[in-house]
Design a protein around this ligand. Structure first.
Ligand SMILES: *Cc1c(COP(=O)(O)O)cnc(C)c1O
Length: 386
């Protein structure tokens, strides 16, 4: 048996939605993007959703919209994909990290508060903090909002893993963060092949994000520096990019979003089943918190090498050999050569490093069968004892 760590779930309705766009007048810059944005905003209970060609681009425009530039500091979590930090470098800003909480594997609010106190003393407070909803579990949003208001930084919540996750009974994306960013890469919760979204409650931020997404160009006379010269006229009022999503992708995204309850329920059922099947093994399992729900993008087990015969590396290799496409999320960003060259080192963020040494992502995807899941568990048990 060959089992991927993740896989998209496309059905006939999704396919039909894309084909319909192919037969229509617009492949890009047509009505499907706006329809997807409206549906996404509604599902997440937020005023604005601005679609992008991927989440990396969305993180970039989010940083610019919040004024990040040379001389500024942006902090994120070391336990994330490199894009969470690279977006600040694109803007010429400096990057620093805040260590994680070993239980949630998210940015630690305690560590954040301590680092902010120290940064205040040193006159080096961040302009933006980018906490990451790792594996789909929302961060401590209300505590982070309080710190943001006290220390004067903005929050970009990197919710690439967390479409449809909830916090204190409401969907994320419309509360606490200034801008929330989602990814629609095929391994994530809903897909557009490549795609991303910024959500915000702030009209001005939404306006800036829309300009930045499309070359900094406006056709709206209210945004121009002089009266329009005619129906052909547009102005470039800032430096933007071509970070647009196509109508083909947006149609797929909207169709997938309509299936979100089904996709979530399937992931939740798989995660619960793992929780039960793995309960008695010497592993750290994903945390469940009463005030929030995870979108279950990843199911990460933490191997305690003092309690197992095999090392993490051996367990991983045995799983791969048995056709189970285990993965590891994430190599701490600060240990990547590009970041080490900025002065980061082993030992800088010990909780993220300790977590990484034991982490294995085991397969979880909505169309996974009981038989596939049982196979993963059986091979994992064998690997732990090998
Ligand atoms: C996937 C991912 C991104 C980047 O998403 P793309 O849509 O592939 O650009 C950013 N941050 C995190 C945490 C991710 O998992």
């Amino acid at each position: 048996m060959q089992i991927p760590y993740s896989r998209q779930w496309i059905d006939e309705v999704d396919i039909e939605a894309v084909v319909e766009v192919l037969r229509s007048d617009f492949l890009t810059q047509g009505p499907a993007v706006e329809a997807f944005e409206e549906a996404f905003a509604q599902v997440h209970g937020v005023a604005h959703a601005v679609a992008h060609c991927n989440a990396t681009a969305a993180l970039h425009t989010a940083c610019i919209a919040l004024g990040v530039g040379p001389g500024d500091w942006v902090w994120t979590a070391p336990n994330s994909f490199v894009a969470s930090a690279n977006c600040a470098l694109y803007c010429g800003a400096g990057v620093d990290f805040v260590d994680i909480d070993p239980v949630t594997r998210n940015m630690s609010t305690t560590a954040l508060a301590e680092k902010l106190e120290a940064a205040k003393e040193a006159g080096r407070l961040p302009k933006v903090v980018i906490p990451v909803d790792f594996s789909g579990l929302p961060v401590d949003l209300s505590e982070m909002r309080q710190l943001a208001d006290r220390f004067g930084f903005a929050i970009i919540e990197d919710a690439s893993h967390a479409v449809g996750a909830t916090y204190k009974g409401r969907p994320i994306g419309g509360q606490y963060a200034d801008i929330t960013v989602f990814s629609f890469h095929p391994v994530k919760i809903v897909t557009t092949a490549e795609g991303g979204m910024c959500t915000t409650q702030d009209d001005e931020l939404a306006h800036r994000l829309r300009l930045l997404r499309s070359h900094g160009i406006t056709r709206n006379s209210a945004d121009m520096t002089a009266p329009s010269e005619g129906g052909w006229y547009y102005q470039q009022v800032t430096l933007g990019f071509n970070y647009r999503l196509t109508d083909l992708q947006a149609a797929l995204g909207r169709s997938q979003l309509m299936r979100l309850p089904e996709l979530h329920a399937a992931r939740e059922a798989r995660a619960r089943r793992y929780d039960t099947l793995l309960e008695r093994l010497p592993l750290h399992l994903p945390a469940r918190l009463n005030d929030r729900t995870s979108a279950h993008h990843l199911y990460v087990i933490g191997v305690d090498e003092t309690a197992t015969k095999a090392s993490r590396a051996q367990i991983f290799a045995n799983l791969r050999e048995a056709g189970v496409a285990a993965n590891v999320h994430y190599i701490p960003i600060h240990l990547q050569p590009h970041y080490r060259a900025m002065g980061f080192n082993e030992g800088d963020f010990p909780a993220a490093e300790a977590y990484y040494r034991g982490a294995i992502t085991i397969p979880l995807f909505p169309a996974m069968s009981d038989a596939q899941q049982d196979y993963v568990v059986e091979k994992l048990k064998r690997a732990l004892e090998a």
